[in-house]
Design a protein around this ligand. Structure first.
Ligand code: AHR
Length: 608
C-alpha cells in the first residue's frame, strides 16, 4: 500500500473532537473517580441500612431516621454501647470493595450526635491482618441535642493491598448504656489538583493522560432517572454535602451526588475540558412504560434548566449566580454545549421528542443564543421536521467489531446540515470478552477514522462507558477499569486507541491519496493548526502484517507509535496492562517511510 499525504488544504477538524462521556455507572463516580473512599456514607439512595459498615468491639450498629443530620440526610448510624462496656469501640467502613491505602496524606470528616467528651480515633487498618497504617486522634465534645462536625488529616503508610478498613472508635465507658449517632463519614486521599471534595488522583490522572478535550455529563441513563422524580436534579447536587440528598441512580446503587454539578465543572477546569451539559428532557426510564411529559407540564422543567444555566454562567447579580457565589464560587463558568435529554429515540421517547426538544431548544436559545444545543438522537422520525439552525444531534453506537468496520463509511453521505456528536460508541461483543480486546479496539479505530474523514459533520466523539469498578460492574466493556488494590487502574486496549487519537488530533483533515482501497488497512491524516505537524493514523484490521509506504513531502524522519496484539488479547484485572503502545521513530528513504504494520494494529505516524 502506497499512501501520499497532502501537506496543504483540507477541511477543518474540531480541535476538541475526542473527549469523554461520564455518568455514574459501574461505581465510576462514587467509589471511582470521586475522591471520597467510604461507601454508604450518607445512607442515600435505597441504602437505609448498614451496608459497608461493621461494629468494632461490643456494640450494636443500626441505621434509623430518628436522628436526621439534615432534611436531605434523614438517616444516620446509631452505635449503641451496652451497659458496662469498656475499652475502645465503634465501627468500621469497608469502602468500595476495599480502600486503597497509600503513603499519602488523608483527610477524614464526620458528624456525631450524642453526649461524648473525649478522644475519637480514626484509623486505616488491614481488614485481614489488623495492621495499622494510619491513626489520628480527634478531641470530640458533642452533645445530645445536635450534630457536631469534626475533621482531621493524617499521614498514612503504604498498605500492601486494598483489603483495608477505615475505623472510628471511642471510649466505651463514656457512652455505656446509651448511643452515639454518626453521619456523613468521609475519607479522602490527597485529591487531584488538591481540590476540596475533589477527584481521586489514581483514576483522574489516567483520564487526564488520555488527552480528551470535552466532558459530557451527567449521563446517559443516569440523567434520566427511573421516574421523573428520580431524575438527576442539578440543584440537589450543589452546596454543602449535608444538604445533598443523593438519589437511587439508574444503575442499581445509591449516588451520593458529592460529585455534583460544581465538581463536574472543576473536573473540566482541571483537565482543560469543554463541558457538555446533559439536561433532563421530560423522559425517564420508568419500568412498565414511561409517559413523557409534554405540553404545559414541561414548563417547570424548562425553567429548571434555565435556572441551572444561570447558576453555571450567570454573574453574581443574577439569582442563581448569587447562589453560586454563596457557595464560594463568584466566577461563572463558560458553557458552550447543552444536550437535551438522552437517547430520546428509545423506549417510547421518540414520538414526543420533536415537541420536547423544540420547547427546551427555543427557551434556551432565546436566553442563550450562543449555546450549541444538541438533540439526544439523530433519528429523523424523532426530530422536528426541520432542525433549528445551529442545532446538533447525538448518535450512539454500541456494536460488534465487524459492524463498526462495516460502518467506516457511515458518515460519508451524512446530511451536512446537522453536525453530529457521536456521544457514545464502543465495540461490544460480550460473548467474546467482557473487556475491550484488540480486534474490537482496532474496529473502533477504523470507525473513528471514518469520523475523522468526515470531520466537517462529525464534530465530537466519545467512547462509553468510561470507567468500571471491576468488583461491581453493571455494563461490561468499559474504557478503564480499577479495583482498590494499590496501582490497579487498568487502561484497556481501547483506552490506548482513544489516547492515540486524542493526543494526535490536529485541526485540519488532510487528503491522502492511495494506490489501493480501504481494508484491511484504513487511514486518515490531519495537521496541526500551524500546519507544521502531520498526523497519519493507520489501522490494520486483519491478521496479516501489512507493508505501507508513506510519502509526506519534505519529511525525513517521523515518530511512530504502534499498538498491536493478538486478536483477542485484553488488558484485564487478571493480566494487567499486557498491551501498551510502543514508541519509536522512522527515517524516510527516497522521500518515503517504509512501515511494517503488524496484524491487528493501530499506529500513528507524526511528522513535524
Ligand atoms: O453507556 C451505557 C448506557 O448506554 C448509557 O447510559 C445510555 O445512554 C446508553 O444506552
Amino acid at each position: 500500500l502506497d499512501l501520499t499525504v497532502s501537506t496543504s488544504g483540507g477541511n477543518a477538524t474540531n480541535p476538541i473532537m475526542w473527549g469523554f462521556m461520564f455518568e455514574d455507572i459501574n461505581h465510576s463516580g462514587d467509589g471511582g473517580i470521586h475522591g471520597q473512599l467510604l461507601r454508604n456514607n450518607g445512607f442515600q439512595g435505597e441504602y437505609h441500612n448498614t451496608t459497608a459498615y461493621a461494629a468494632v468491639g461490643d456494640v450494636d450498629i443500626s441505621v434509623d431516621d430518628e436522628n436526621p443530620l439534615s432534611d436531605a440526610l434523614p438517616y444516620s448510624l446509631a452505635v449503641s454501647v451496652p451497659e458496662g462496656t469498656t475499652g475502645s469501640v465503634g465501627f468500621s467502613n469497608e469502602g468500595y470493595w476495599g480502600i486503597t491505602v497509600n503513603a499519602d496524606v488523608y483527610s477524614s470528616y464526620f458528624w456525631v450526635k450524642g453526649g461524648y467528651s473525649g478522644d475519637v480515633a480514626i484509623k486505616l487498618v488491614g481488614a485481614a491482618s489488623g495492621t495499622e497504617y494510619a491513626s489520628s486522634t480527634v478531641a470530640v465534645d458533642s452533645t445530645d441535642d445536635k450534630y457536631t462536625y469534626f475533621e482531621t488529616s493524617f499521614e498514612s503508610k503504604q498498605a500492601p493491598d486494598g483489603n483495608n478498613l477505615w475505623t472510628l472508635t471511642f471510649d466505651a465507658e463514656k457512652v455505656a448504656g446509651s448511643a452515639l449517632h454518626f453521619d456523613l463519614v468521609q475519607l479522602f486521599p490527597t485529591t487531584f489538583h488538591e481540590r476540596a471534595n475533589g477527584l481521586k488522583p489514581a483514576i483522574a490522572n489516567v483520564v487526564d493522560d488520555m488527552g480528551g478535550k470535552f466532558l459530557r455529563f451527567p449521563g446517559g441513563n443516569n440523567l434520566e432517572g427511573a421516574s421523573a422524580e428520580r431524575r438527576w436534579k442539578w440543584n440537589n447536587t450543589i452546596g454543602p454535602l449535608e444538604n445533598r440528598p443523593g438519589r437511587q441512580g439508574d444503575w442499581g446503587y445509591g449516588n451520593s451526588d458529592a460529585l455534583g454539578l460544581v465538581e463536574y465543572l472543576f473536573w473540566c477546569d482541571d483537565m482543560g475540558l469543554e463541558p457538555i451539559l446533559g439536561v433532563w428532557a421530560g423522559y425517564s426510564l420508568e419500568s412498565g412504560g414511561n409517559t413523557p411529559i409534554t405540553g404545559d407540564a414541561l414548563q417547570p422543567y424548562i425553567d429548571d434548566v434555565l435556572n441551572e444555566l444561570e447558576f453555571i454562567t450567570g454573574d453574581t447579580s443574577t439569582t442563581y449566580g448569587k447562589l453560586r457565589e454563596s457557595y464560594g464560587y463568584a466566577e461563572p463558568w463558560t458553557l458552550k454545549y447543552v444536550e437535551i435529554g438522552n437517547e430520546d429515540n428509545l423506549g417510547g421517547g421518540c414520538e414526543s421528542y420533536a415537541e420536547r426538544f423544540t420547547a427546551f431548544h427555543d427557551a434556551i436559545h432565546a436566553a442563550y443564543p450562543d449555546l450549541t444545543i444538541i438533540a439526544s438522537t439523530n433519528e429523523a422520525s424523532c426530530l422536528p421536521s426541520s432542525m433549528p439552525a445551529g442545532a446538533w444531534a447525538d448518535y450512539h453506537n454500541y456494536n460488534t467489531a465487524a459492524s463498526l468496520v462495516a460502518s467506516f463509511n457511515q458518515f460519508d453521505h451524512a446530511d451536512r446540515a446537522t453536525p453530529l456528536f457521536i456521544g457514545e460508541f464502543s465495540c461490544r461483543e460480550t460473548a467474546t470478552s467482557k473487556y475491550p480486546f484488540m480486534r474490537g479496539s482496532v474496529a473502533e479505530a477504523v470507525y473513528m477514522l471514518g469520523f475523522e474523514r468526515n470531520a466537517d459533520v462529525v464534530r465530537l466523539a466519545a467512547y462509553a462507558p468510561l470507567l468500571q469498578l471491576f468488583n461491581d460492574t453493571q455494563w461490561d466493556v468499559d474504557l478503564i477499569g480499577f479495583t482498590q488494590e494499590p496501582g490497579n487502574v487498568v487502561r484497556s486496549t481501547s483506552y490506548f486507541v482513544q489516547q492515540l487519537f486524542a493526543q494526535n488530533s490536529g485541526t485540519t483533515t488532510r487528503e491522502v491519496s492511495a494506490d489501493a482501497a480501504f481494508g484491511p488497512v484504513y487511514w486518515s491524516a490531519t495537521a496541526s493548526a500551524d500546519g507544521k505537524t502531520t498526523y497519519l493514523k493507520l489501522a490494520n484490521y486483519g491478521d496479516a502484517e501489512q507493508s505501507v509506504s508513506v510519502r509526506v513531502e519534505g519529511a525525513t524522519k517521523a515518530a511512530l507509535t504502534t499498538l498491536s496484539a493478538d486478536e483477542l488479547k485484553s488488558n484485564s484485572p487478571d493480566e494487567g496492562e499486557v498491551v501498551v503502545p510502543v514508541k519509536g521513530s522512522v527515517q524516510a528513504s527516497n522521500g518515503s517511510f517504509a512501515l511494517e504494520l503488524p496484524a491487528w494494529a493501530v499506529a500513528v505516524l507524526v511528522v513535524s
